[in-house]
Write a protein that binds this ligand. Structure first.
Ligand code: SF4
Length: 375
């Protein structure tokens, strides 16, 4: 299989920047070496790859990395696989190749709690990994059970400790504003994040994804909150969903800003950041070079704050945006979604039995409709 046509990207790789302070070497690029994920987190859309988990081989991935270095001078790669470490042998084989024939490339990848070991982390470190990210989402046990079943806070703590013991950086990924969220669950999560002493943190504003198990609850019912179904705003930068635990989106924004400031102002984070300033000189240089534009943007937003708030309030739905679309789910995904969203623990077999009568009635999303379409 040929490698992606990077040469068609104008200015690649100079004009493309990875998230600042998450790399040490220039230039950066991204790769995806696997598609799909065997899990069913409530907020995650798996409609494209469903239950498949497909990977590039270790040899192909190594050749791809080498191509990026030799042809474009890339020396840092962010692997954007949903779950890079699901096939252990592939990860060990790739690490072995990179250890035996080093490319001088650093890279980052994402893991899931429970999908790693001291041995694997040591290999990743030897193979040039700088930072691993893990989806934690929340520190409230009920929220975790509801949205990311099977992951416990103790397991998260252990994994972060293992990552740091291996000499790697740990990045935690969180979501703010899913159904069930309240100011208390956010404060609990914020305290937990600070206690983990993470090297980096990303907190996303929850945007329901069409096709994720949670979509129906958010978009087609008001049982857990109120949603603005405007697809232009659904980019994880706006609180399109207002859970019942909050009075307003302004309250959510204020709490979000409180947490972000608290994390980056913490002494522990500042200490870690200061130690790495030289290693991050390219990111730092990028910030300095673009300081005038950043200041101009900040001035613009502060001078036009009232007008911008008014415009946001008057934002009307695009006339061609469909509303109330039902995702077309395969039988397997319907079963997965039911298991994931059920308040009681149920097996796939029980979900299958419960779905059979519903889907036999010609439901547009149903199993029979899917089968008819497939033949
Ligand atoms: S969020 Fe959950 S379902 Fe989605 S890729 Fe990560 S582990 Fe898999």
């Amino acid at each position: 299989m040929p490698f992606p046509a990077y040469e068609k990207l104008a200015g690649f790789p100079h004009a493309y920047h990875l998230p600042l302070f998450s790399y040490e070497k220039r230039h950066g690029a991204t790769m995806i070496t696997s598609r799909g994920c065997p899990y069913t987190c409530s907020f995650c859309d798996r409609t494209v790859f469903e239950r498949l988990y497909k990977t590039n081989s270790a040899q192909y991935t190594y050749a791809h990395m080498k191509y990026l270095r030799d042809r474009f001078g890339v020396h840092h790669i962010n692997m954007y696989d949903d779950l890079f470490t699901a096939k252990k042998q592939r990860v060990f084989d790739l690490c072995q190749l990179l250890i035996e024939k080093p490319l001088g490339i650093q890279w980052n990848c994402a893991i899931r709690t429970g999908h790693t070991s001291d041995e694997m982390l040591a290999k990743l470190k030897q193979a040039g990994v700088l930072m691993v990210s893990m989806g934690i989402e929340s520190a409230d046990p009920d929220m975790m059970e509801r949205h990311k079943a099977g992951v416990t806070l103790d397991a998260v703590r252990d994994t972060v400790r293992q990552i740091r013991a291996a000499g790697l950086r740990a990045k935690g990924l969180f979501i703010f504003g899913m159904p069930g969220e309240t100011p208390e669950t956010v404060r609990t999560t914020s305290d937990f994040i600070l206690s983990l002493e993470l090297d980096e943190m990303n907190m996303t504003k929850f945007s329901p994804l069409h096709g994720a198990p949670i979509w129906d609850e958010c978009a087609n019912s008001d049982s857990s909150g109120e949603m603005i179904e405007d697809w232009r705003l659904m980019n994880c930068l706006n609180f399109v969903f207002l859970p019942h635990g909050f009075k307003s989106r302004e309250e959510m924004d204020a709490l979000y800003n409180w947490h972000v400031r608290r994390f980056y102002d913490s002494k522990a984070y500042r200490r870690r950041f200061a130690k790495r300033l030289w290693a991050h000189r390219w990111s730092f240089w990028h910030v300095v070079r673009h300081l005038p534009e950043t200041i101009a943007a900040a001035r613009y937003f502060s001078l036009n704050r009232e007008q911008l708030v008014r415009t946001k309030g008057e934002f009307v739905l695009h006339p061609r945006q469909p509303v109330g679309l039902k995702p077309f789910l395969s039988p397997d995904l319907q079963i997965d979604n039911m298991v994931s969203m059920s308040r009681q623990r149920i097996s796939r077999r029980e979900a299958m039995k419960a779905l059979a009568p519903l889907t036999g009635n010609g439901n547009a999303c149903g199993m029979s409709a899917f089968r008819q379409a497939a033949v």
